[in-house]
Design a binder for this molecule. Structure first.
Ligand code: HBI
Ligand code: FE
Length: 289
């Protein structure tokens, strides 16, 4: 499917949604969810931020298997007006932003196979529902995600999607939150990964830098391995406030600015961790045992 091809796959509706078909999940598929869920919930207290842990409880993403969207949507809609809709997998950017702008979160309907427990390229239902949906129960983050969707539709028109995708990547997917008890995870890509939930907080390798909107938009990211830099926000409100910036002026400034090398620390960066980059220099996942 080319990025521009907005024609939905066979069986999908015009907005690329499909029925979740919860009754059709097999025992083996439910067991994959249970294995992943129990592994993460044993690890995350003291690592995931409070809004995430509260959302997990509120939605009762229960241990007995893959959640039924119809059930979790009742509570989610009541809390912040968001609903989860099933899609076959990655959808075109324009379709993705349109859903977010209308408080619909597109979640993959499929779940990874048992031999893919630790890593898969395309977001499956565990990455999307366990990783992303609990944060949507927080009113401030719920507002941020809708603002992001609206910003995405504008960025598409202005040809600045790659800058906005970096904002998504370093916040929604791999963001860290500063708290009086220390750094905590809110990014879905981290919180749904056992290894990265440890690496992102404990490993001396990555840089951990204070979030600044323009700086993040100039920073490339990795899609195939742990991040070499994580950005830290002081609060979810600060993240929401960042979306109030005049993105038109920001995009015009970005036109004259180079990307910042992924492992670099600039003089303006607030530094939480000056990383060793040892993991990336050792070849990262491709070499991880
Ligand atoms: N589609 N289903 C789905 N889930 C995503 O997270 C997603 C997507 N399409 C595009 C996309 N993410 C990224 O390009 C965003 O940065 C737009
Ligand atoms: Fe994601």
């Amino acid at each position: 499917m080319s990025a521009k091809d907005l024609t939905p796959p066979p069986g999908a509706r015009a907005d690329w949604t499909i029925d979740q078909g919860w009754a059709a999940y097999t025992e083996a598929e439910h067991q994959v969810w249970i294995t992943l869920y129990e592994r993460q919930t044993a690890l995350l207290p003291g690592r995931a931020c409070d809004p995430f842990l509260k959302g997990l409880d509120a939605l009762d993403l229960h241990r007995s298997g893959i959640p039924d969207f119809a059930r979790i949507n009742e509570e989610l809609k009541r809390l912040t007006g968001w609903t989860v809709v099933a899609v076959p997998g990655l959808v075109p950017d324009a379709v993705f932003f349109e859903h977010l702008a209308n408080r619909r979160f597109p979640a993959g309907q499929f779940i990874r196979r048992p031999e893919q427990l630790d890593y898969l390229q395309e977001p499956d239902i565990f990455h999307d529902v366990f990783g992303h949906v609990p944060m949507l129960t927080d009113p401030t983050f719920a507002d941020y995600m809708q603002a992001y969707g609206e910003g995405g539709l504008r960025a598409l028109d202005l040809g600045r999607l790659h800058n906005l995708a970096r904002l998504y990547w370093y916040t929604v997917e791999f963001g860290l939150l500063d708290t009086p008890q220390g750094l905590r995870i809110y990014g879905a890509g981290i919180v749904s990964s056992h290894a990265e939930s440890i690496f992102a907080l404990d490993d001396p390798s990555p840089n951990r830098l204070g979030f600044e909107l323009e700086r993040v938009m100039r920073t490339p990211y990795r899609i195939d391995d742990f991040q070499q830099v994580y950005f830290v926000i002081p609060s979810l409100q600060a993240l929401l406030d960042a979306t109030l910036a005049d993105f038109g002026a920001l995009y015009r400034r970005l036109e004259g600015l180079d990307d910042i090398p992924i492992a670099a620390i600039t003089p303006a960066d607030p530094v939480f961790t000056r990383g060793t980059q040892a993991y990336a220099q050792a070849g990262g996942r491709t070499r991880a045992a």
